[in-house]
Design a protein. Structure first.
Length: 305
């Protein structure tokens, strides 16, 4: 059950200190960590750790950060065969400051991610043509996402679109008509529809607005308040799983990786959304982005609890 992920690859440099510095101020911190990041990368790792055949399409720079990203991806079982080595642009990085209250400030340098284009899709045509599910996000150019979606659907695959980071200026006309499942959170839903849901009833209304734009299925995430879903055959609300959350940074990415894995495995939308919700919940019980993705055994244990 091949899952293609067309998206970003970052290296996250996370520092921890009692508080975040003021402009012009230098602080001593407690620790730092260098890990994988980027929504495409996180989602690929999430699907792979569950047992999915995840193939990542993207770019890294010909630099030390690129070496780190490639090694971490290989260690986590994600194929890097279709990760292009860009000799012009540096690897994407995120510099993250975290204080004692888990508040953070983040600076992202897109680097090679912003250069992902049609040539990358052409180099990966075999992956896109054979993918049962493709995941995409908005940390690469939206035009590349739109083209990838058309190619996958033309070959009979399904497309899951995570509209993050939130598209401030909206999406190109007709974009969602090339998407099978869209998975926005509250903020992204508001940008796409003009309406911000805060409960299940409002999420149902938002899902209808999204489906009017041409997408087959809408999955509206309300964070700790649960998830609403609707397609042409079913609709429902998944209550949040009860966990001890300590870090929510990768919850959305693990949700999407789990959704792709479940749909590729033949689950219905209702079954897949509940499975994905368990993946997202479990990711909040660990620190980190890609490293917080749960295993299949962990997800099954939580769902059976």
């Amino acid at each position: 059950m091949s899952i293609a992920i067309v998206g970003s690859i970052n290296v996250d440099i996370t520092t921890r200190s009692d508080r975040l510095p003021q402009p012009g101020e230098t602080l001593h911190g407690h620790s730092y960590a260098i890990n994988l990041g980027g929504k495409g990368c996180n989602q690929a790792v999430a699907a792979s750790k569950l047992g999915g055949d995840a193939k990542l399409v993207g770019r890294i720079g010909k630099d030390g950060f690129g070496d780190i990203a490639a090694q971490h991806l290989a260690d986590m079982g994600v194929s890097t065969e279709h990760v292009h080595l860009d000799e012009t642009h540096g690897t994407g990085i995120a510099v993250i400051g975290v204080d004692a209250n888990s508040e953070n400030s983040i600076i992202v340098i897109g680097g090679a991610n912003l250069a992902v284009d049609e040539s990358d899709l052409d180099r990966s045509s075999d992956v896109l043509e054979t993918a049962k599910i493709m995941l995409m996000q908005l940390e690469i150019p939206v035009e590349t996402c739109q083209s990838a979606a058309k190619k996958v659907r033309a070959s009979g695959g399904k497309v899951i679109f995570d509209p993050a980071p939130a598209p401030v200026h909206g999406l190109p006309e007709g974009f969602l008509q090339n998407v099978d499942v869209v998975t926005p959170n509250e903020t992204e839903t508001e940008i796409l529809t003009g309406f911000r849901p805060t409960n299940a009833e409002e999420a149902a209304h938002a899902a209808n607005l999204l489906r009017e734009q041409g997408v087959a299925a809408a999955v509206v995430k309300l964070g700790a308040r649960g998830v609403y879903f609707k397609d042409g055959e079913s609709e429902g609300f998944v209550e949040p799983f009860k966990v001890n959350a300590i870090d929510t940074v990768a919850a959305g990415d693990c949700f999407n990786g789990g959704l792709a894995y479940a749909l590729a495995g033949g689950k219905t939308l209702a079954e897949a959304v509940r499975f994905a919700a368990a993946c997202g919940a479990l990711s909040t019980t660990k620190h980190g982005a890609a490293t917080s993705a749960p295993t299949l055994a962990e997800v099954e244990a939580l769902m059976g609890a």
